[in-house]
Design a protein around this ligand. Structure first.
Ligand SMILES: Nc1ncnc2c1ncn2[C@@H]1O[C@H](COP(=O)(O)OP(=O)(O)OP(=O)(O)O)[C@@H](O)[C@H]1O
Ligand SMILES: Cc1ncc(CO)c(N)n1
Length: 269
């Protein structure tokens, strides 16, 4: 059986904790061959985002053409796409190459508040990209935007998942990192249109969660590239992200990155 290939279409985080860098590290740790198409370069560190430089549409298209001509990914994820032109282009190329197992991480705002998706681009995400998604992985604020409603309870959560699934994805993974009503427990829900499967974990009291969303979606993409079902993949993903948050790296003086190699310690234990 040959090695599986995963592609990330996302922004670069020069600080190494989120974006393309988090994705490639995660693919590597999960023993999947990682590839990238860079949509934007960001200047950022654990203190915040200092600059955002979108790539030209031509540069993005050429990267995707090179991959499409030679290196078909078994699964791919999208992260920071920044504007509606980039979203439309990425959706067109995914269609053109017939790529499946698409994980859409609907990245909108960085932890420090910087805009990673322009307001006007939300509609493009809803209408062009979500119909192509096998899985979409919103956190609570992103789910509120996509579903156009406030989420304050479990019922709201389920209603939002229903509305998001109506936009086209086969699976909606509602991440619970931001859900304040769950107390010490974090619950991520997988919704397939008929049932909600809950994945529970213990909340770690830590500010070193920079890139947790990217790492989570990249781990899911890697496991899907191996041919796993979403629910089987999620068990591995939750272990991976839990150990990455529990085993702090203590890098930088702000919101430090998660520890992408921590799962190796868990295996040794
Ligand atoms: N403090 C924490 N302790 C344990 N697990 C966490 C914690 N914060 C997030 N997670 C887990 O990390 C994953 C990502 O969740 P989260 O909701 O934080 O994503 P996100 O907000 O998209 O991240 P980002 O801010 O990087 O975009 C989920 O599986 C979530 O359960
Ligand atoms: C490039 C990039 N993508 C995603 C995020 C969200 O964590 C970030 N901070 N930077």
């Amino acid at each position: 059986m040959g090695v599986k290939k995963a592609l990330t279409i996302a922004g670069s985080d020069c600080g190494g904790g989120a974006g393309i860098q988090a994705d490639i590290k995660t693919f590597q740790e999960l023993e999947v061959y990682g590839m990238s198409a860079i949509t934007a370069i960001t200047a950022q560190n654990t203190l915040g985002v200092q600059g955002v430089y979108p790539m030209s549409l031509e540069a993005i298209e050429e990267q995707l053409n090179s991959i499409g001509a030679d290196l078909t990914p078994e699964a791919l994820k999208t992260g920071m796409l920044f504007n509606s032109e980039i979203i439309t282009l990425v959706a067109r190329k995914i269609n053109e190459f017939g790529w499946g197992r698409v994980v859409v991480d609907p990245v909108m705002i960085a932890k420090g508040g910087a805009t990673l998706l322009q307001q006007e681009a939300v509609e493009a995400l809803r209408t062009h990209l979500l119909p192509l998604a096998y899985v979409v992985t919103p956190n609570v604020p992103e789910a509120e935007v996509l579903a156009e409603m406030k989420i304050e309870s479990l019922d709201d959560y389920k209603e939002a998942a229903e509305r998001i699934r109506a936009l086209g994805p086969t699976y909606v993974v509602m991440k619970g990192g931001h859900a304040t009503y769950q107390g010490d427990t974090i619950i991520d829900y997988v919704y397939d249109g008929s049932e909600f499967v809950a994945f529970e974990s213990k909340r770690v009291e830590s500010i070193q969660t920079h890139g947790s969303g990217c790492t989570f979606a990249a781990a899911l993409t890697a496991e899907l590239a191996k041919g796993n079902s979403v629910n089987v993949a999620m068990r591995r993903v939750k272990q991976f992200i839990q150990s990455a948050i529990e085993n702090e790296l203590n890098i930088g003086s702000g919101h430090g990155p998660t520890n992408h190699f921590a799962h190796r310690l868990v295996h040794v234990k």
